[in-house]
Design a protein around this ligand. Sequence first.
Ligand code: ATP
Ligand code: MG
Length: 679
Amino acid sequence: MFDLNSLNPQQREAVTHKKGSLLLLAGAGSGKTRVITCRIAHLRQQGVPAQQILAVTFTNKAAREMAERVQEMIGRSSTKGMVIATFHSLCVRILKAHIDRLGFKKNFSIYAAADQQRLIRDLLREIGADNSSADADQILWRISTAKNHLIFPDHYQPDDRDPLSSLVATIYPRYQKSLKAFNAVDFDDLLMFTVQLLERHTDLQKQYSERFQYQMVDEYQDTNPVQYRLLKLLAGGHGNLCVVGDDDQSIYAFRGADITHILDFELDFPGTKVIKLEQNYRSSGNILAAANSVIKNNQKRKEKILWTDSGAGAKIEYLLCEDGEDEARQVMEYVHAEKYRRRLNYGDFAILYRTNSQSRAFEEQLRYENIPYVLIGGQQFFDRKEIKDVIAYLKTIQNPADEVNLLRILNYPKRGIGESSIDRIIRYSAEKNISLWKVLQQASQVPEMNDRTATACDSFVDLIKRYQNRFKQPLRLLETLQELFTELKFAAEIYRQEKDIQIAKRRVDNQEELLNSMSVYLERTTHPDLTGFLDRISLFDDDSLGKNDKESKLQLDAVTLMSLHSSKGLEFPVVFLTGLEEGFLPHKKSIHETFDIDEERRLCYVGITRAKQQLFLLGARQRRKYGKLEQREASRFLSEIPEGLVQISTGDNKCNSNPEDEAISASHFFDNIGQMLGD
Ligand code: ATP
Ligand code: MG
């Protein structure tokens, strides 16, 4: 049962607000999302039919959580007929009912990334541009950006500064035409076509606007132009739109989110009632004070007051770690200690980072210590294709009889052993009852095998044998792994296959993490060899888990690992905000390319404000890059947190570098502390 008395006066005012537009622009943890859920419950209790209620959020997880909360408050049956959805799922509903008006059949399919890429590649071939430097993902990114800004193919204008855009101008209309011929739409079309549908067919616009008498939108600060237009169309008739958000948490500019939508809401909907929420219910005083003092360094923002009556709470702890591995170890130590001390579950802990490749060291340590975890919004490190490819090489080198791994790499990177040749090799091996590895060593004897392919097989065999020898030298394991990377040109292959430069970079970064993993292994082992390294890795190999284990992992009480972007709207008793170094947060791209430090500061603010009771800030003096240690500099955001809120731990007991290095890193460390405390 839902009770209005559980709300503060401002929240109550928002929840009971009857008609007309409403804006809640308030800081983190002030109960914005809670106002939406309570408002839905209250509307139902006031007799508003469920069908008239629409709530939109940004992620499926958020939509699910919101629906569950409402059900808890008023019972499942009272929620039947209301729509609590993401923008995309709302649009699927509308299009399923009416897309025929746009010339599609109602059973349309939705193209996922792989389908889109295939289509673009076909089109490039059709116009003879498949050999140019153009690539499918970059074109798709531009098409997606156009769609997010509601630019249809016939209005797409090439941009002189962007050499790819004239090709996009040619491809985009063809792409749309083909999709239509296949009766398919892509994800961005879902929104763009719904807007087109409602704009062209005023009867539908009226129908939906009238149906959804009460509309609510969470995280409004991150709406992009097409979402904004859609909301305006839906609210059209009555303007009963309640939006909540926080300009300080706008973190999706790179996807076209436009902060002016929330800042100008009152202009868009004259007569808007504006309610401010100022009490934070989530975080203890120290955490909130740190968040406030970081975000106030952003120039363009609406000044907000945010206070809490929950007391100062524990001090924030800053842990300066030796390196990335030490950072992971320290996090786990604190997970154990805090779990015991505060009687918490694993599910009460979140480890946050700026980029997904930072998850590797934490995953390794969590697996090493047998702590259950869930990784949100990213693939587990050792499940990633680029990592599995390298591991398949190492396993083949260690044991060429491992045919699954051998087949995985036989023609990767491409060396001219095509699928039909592989079929012949497999057939021959079965007929003669000899291993694939043996067949490869006598490839010219395989029937119908042409000379070129046989030569390619010979050089593959030669490569594996050469590395079998090289990997026998324990002192050169890291160098040999590096040589393998260089000889196979993995990075070039990734860039060839993955045309989205950003994704390709990330994949190459991930592979480099494997070198770091080798370097850590060498440090921790007295008698290193390739088998030992692979044993260590296979500890983390998910294939070794039964299917049920994998599935049940999701049900377990587990530590959450996720990027700052995915953490929006969530909260955890204990948060580890990791990698607080220049280059991670703020991200190097924002320092050198986009110069948008403010968006990075907002990310930092989002991270800090996820914590309820305890916040740990972590950074490392040095990190491995290509297996070598590199000095790091503390994040500028640390110096924006007042000294008195933070307790500093040096992790002294964990130093394992030589005394000379130690002297250097110690002075570096004190510089950092000075910088951190604003000396
Ligand atoms: P964010 O900006 O991070 O999305 P938010 O403003 O949406 O935060 P909520 O998640 O709604 O904040 O609320 C933060 C926490 O405070 C939740 O645990 C919520 O249950 C609690 N809370 C909100 N209002 C009250 C209240 N009046 N009394 C007690 N707890 C409250
Ligand atoms: Mg929220």
